[in-house]
Design a protein around this ligand. Sequence first.
Ligand SMILES: [Zn+2]
Length: 589
Amino acid sequence: MKKESILYSVTPFDPAGHRLKVRLTIQAPDPRGQELTLPAWIPGSYLIRDFSRQVETITAHSGNQTVAIKKTGNHTWLCAPCPGPLVLDYSVYAWDLSVRGAHVDESHAFFNGTSVFLGVIGQTQQPCHVEICPPPHTQSWKVYTSLPEAQGHTKAASRHGFGMYLAPNYDALIDHPFELGTPQVVSFTAHGALHEMVFTGVAPNLDLDRIAADTQKICAAQITLFEPETQAVPFLDSSDRYVFMTMITGDGYGGLEHRASTALVASRHDLPALGLTNAGEGYQTFLGLVSHEYFHTWNVKRIKPASFAPYDLSRENHTQLLWVFEGFTSYYDDLMLLRSGVITEADYLRLIGKVISNVQRTAGRLKQSVADSSYDAWTRYYKQDENSPNALVSYYTKGSLVAMGLDLVIRQASAGARSLDDVMRLLWQRYGRDFYRGLGSGVPEDTMPALVQEATGIDVADFIARYAYGCEDVPLESLLAEQGIALTWKPLPAPVTLDARLRTSNGSTSLATVYEGGAAHMAGLSAGDTLVAINGLQVTDGTSLERLLRAYQPGSSITMHVFRRDELRAFELILNAPAATECTLARVA
Ligand SMILES: [Zn+2]
């Protein structure tokens, strides 16, 4: 098929109304009638999102003739048979300030292809040209993306310019998000490869050089982990650069991985300002996020579960292996901060202590394995409710503890000769390195025990069965002790507790989660109950509750008045000593 068989033209034509205008030209439409589809979900975020609901208007024509177009499903359209070229014009509402969607206003435009590019069914392997057009209200915007410019094309974009970009197929097209605007930008090279960091949003006096220097170390360390001999950079199969796109907000946090870029949302309070030498825990959180998404360049963007190779974007894709793809990535994200020297060992141990404490706090870890949590990500982890801490385990946090446990078991059984790094390298060599060169297959669901044994010589089948496919707690206390690290539990400072998570809003405090088996549960209190009084004294917020509870000891009985809906109810409650404890890790002198 000839050049430009699929051409998209995208314009942020109505910034005030948050609308993108898209023209899709198909040179050779299906003579039986062309079907089109928009993804139901975006890879990396395992929830059906129905991006098609943001398509506001859509028309089709061929030459001077209007072509009939109708919906044939939630995410699909069908055009009447017509000669080529078939041209579709549609508008997309873009007002989702998340890493998953599209967001347009007068200051910038960000979009994922999953929100914007209709897939041409039957032609998804065709190259896709994308012309990015400027908004009507300003000439000052630039274009940031890892999607390569269409080299040699008459309208080819210059670097960061408007004009033509080119994806080899639809799968690539929707894996290179775009940021248009006037962001703060810094770049660096790691093992010879260009990396750009793009910051959109208000952040005065941002210390870009410091962020770039720290990120450079993290990237270089990860490249060395996967390719210790060649230091080969993974994303050159898709782009000449890697792009970190960060939207800065007041208190945002999140990221989504792509094959040669990542979209991040970060709090401006987590980013270092010029002149600040100690940027603290918030900055470590940001660097941890950067490290996490970059690690996905290997682990999940190229090493993938078999059910993601290829993705079926019309429905849920189930795998029991997110504990490998998100859990291992969550283990390595902080570990790479330590290995690259951007945090100290004491910082690292503090971060790990927090993760262990968080996992331990949820009763759900004893009901659901990380393998099952992976499978049910679509309906449970991504659809959390008031009972989730009692019912679910996170394949991120517990998955990272399984990874740490595996790493320690392998190191100890091999007297330090092997580690989880060897497992990651074998996964990379077998499944990931050549994935986008057309040679990739996904990781089979049941391969991990054998693969770890092949990579390290250590039999971990029982470990994986118990801690990844079973619900047992990873025995980190003994494994860390072997490394000279003491894990200790200390009680929370409060003498008594309701065993519930609180939510305060508009001057009233309610129960957000009632922990299973705790004082509130045993008394009959429920999530959603609004606290009114303890033994006749008013509860206004979390602080007043804490003050009132100070008068009591574990075992004390109190009368608690609450509103359940609009009904005043009284419950007799026997207070507990805090069951939740905090874990600290320290190197033994
Ligand atoms: Zn992740």
